[in-house]
Design a protein around this ligand. Structure first.
Ligand code: NDP
Length: 434
């Protein structure tokens, strides 16, 4: 804390990982090498820059841009860009730190990084978003590249923003470098299924956890928080798997729909109109109610998918879920469950899939997009979806088996942290003191 003051999210993420590494540091003396853990906690490079742009009224706005290149022992830095007013260096570092372990778990040869800005896209016109993205990329372009650092989307950065960013990159560099960003449109270098990948992957991870308990998704009542990219495709995959997703939310409130969320209506409101979930309840009719300031965790369910943002599921929410008999929780978002809430769920015997493992499907398909770009190929949606299913099964297996190997059966948090750590640490040790 002395070294990194005022970065509570980064401290939370690092503490959570380091707390679970004791058994592996004890069992494998090579990992206790002085400086290894310290190097893991220190980003290789951190870039902070000014992003000036003009709004529709002609007034100058100044935002702050970040890119934290955390660890490239396993491959080029890889991780999303977040545009949200809450973004600061501590938030980007927490996300970058998590990304290092997540990307290691995928086994696809990618390092970890993260970036973004305190720019708030809400209420901004397309033209304003474009001018902001162009200014942001004008600086970022000198730091990224296919073999260096490959950003993607996150909160507030979807297909529209990736398009504007890619356009500006191409204009400045005079290069059509598909491999410099992932999450591109399918007509111009993007991968099929990238949009769906994080949500689908989170549901596949839940299915694996349930399978080990002799259960399947069919017929399970589900609650989902959020209404962005991850939440929407979590709801789609749940519906396709015969489960019943009944909720969605945004930062102003939540919707409970007794008939199950109407995916077409939700997509129209969020993806086309960029409106609030309150609008969903207005149009859906009697089955749906909107609870201003409400929380989805009070709704009785079998499985839960926190898919909005960090620290959105607190101890009292975990107690409510346990009281209502939840069987599994799969984190679509990054660090949505507070440490106390994780303990409550695990102590109650709930299968808990941490984001590092459960939401790795997005970055995994980004790595598949990089492969397609490198070979100038475009795979079918069926092929990508099949590969995603195999990858999520493997991630579940390695997290599960690693936890067992260290005498912590069922502890996916420890399993994911240790398995990710072993892969990164082995590469760092082999590559010497850098
Ligand atoms: P989107 O911007 O598409 O959606 C974010 C959703 O979360 C919106 O419903 C938003 O509501 C809500 N939200 C954001 N901030 C807050 C907040 N402070 N309080 C309450 N609700 C909030 O983002 P994504 O769906 O892409 O990302 C969601 C989560 O998943 C993030 O934690 C992200 O890091 C993680 N993730 C995303 C991946 C991806 O591929 N996109 C990959 C892996 C993880 P509102 O509109 O009101 O802000």
């Amino acid at each position: 804390e002395r070294r990194n003051p005022a970065q509570p999210e980064f401290h939370q993420a690092a503490t959570e990982v380091l707390d679970t590494l004791a058994p592996v540091l004890a069992a494998r003396p090579e990992y206790a090498e002085p400086g290894l853990v310290e190097r893991l906690c220190e980003p290789e490079r951190q870039i902070i820059f000014r992003v000036p742009w003009q709004d529709d009224r002609g007034e100058v706005q100044v935002n702050r841009g970040f890119r934290v290149e955390f660890n490239s022992a396993l491959g080029p830095f890889k991780g999303g860009l977040r545009f949200h007013p809450s973004v600061n260096l501590g938030v980007v570092k927490f996300l970058g730190f998590e990304q290092v372990f997540k990307n290691a778990l995928t086994g696809l040869g990618i390092g970890g990084g993260k970036g973004g800005s305190d720019f708030d896209p809400r209420g901004r016109s397309d033209a304003e978003v474009m001018r902001f993205c162009q200014s942001f990329m004008t600086e970022l372009q000198r730091h990224i590249g296919e073999h260096t650092d490959v950003p993607a989307g996150d909160i507030g950065v979807g297909g529209r923003e990736i398009g504007y960013l890619f356009g500006q990159y191409r204009r400045i560099t005079n290069r059509w470098d598909a491999g410099v960003l992932t999450g591109k449109g399918q007509g111009w270098g993007g991968s099929a299924m990238r949009t769906e990948a994080t949500g689908y992957g989170s549901v596949l991870f839940a299915a694996e956890m349930l399978r080990l308990r002799g259960e399947e998704l069919q017929g399970q009542a589900a609650v989902v928080s959020g209404s962005g990219n991850v939440a929407i495709y979590t709801i789609e995959k749940l519906t396709r798997s015969g489960a019943h997703p009944m909720t969605c939310s945004d930062s102003e409130g939540c919707v409970v729909d007794e008939k199950g969320i109407d995916l077409e209506l939700l997509r129209q409101i969020k993806e086309v109109e960029r409106a609030r979930v309150s609008e969903y309840a207005k149009r859906r009719g009697a089955s749906a109610r909107y609870l201003p300031g409400g929380r989805v965790w009070d709704v009785p369910c079998d499985i839960a998918f926190p898919s909005a943002t960090q620290n959105e599921l607190h101890a009292d929410d975990a107690l409510a879920l346990v009281r209502n008999g939840v069987k599994a929780v799969s984190e679509g978002a990054n660090m949505p469950t507070t440490p106390e809430a994780v303990r409550i769920l695990q102590d109650a015997g709930v299968a808990f899939g941490p984001g590092k493992a459960a939401n790795a499907g997005g970055v995994a398909v980004s790595a598949l997009e990089m492969r397609q770009n490198a070979s100038r190929d475009a795979w079918t949606a069926t092929r990508v979806e099949e590969e995603l299913a195999v990858i999520m099964r493997d991630i579940h297996q390695v997290a599960h088996d690693t936890a067992e190997r260290y005498g912590l059966p069922g502890d996916y948090v420890a399993g994911a942290n240790i398995a990710g750590f072993e892969r990164v640490a082995d590469a760092m040790l082999a590559q010497g003191l850098i």
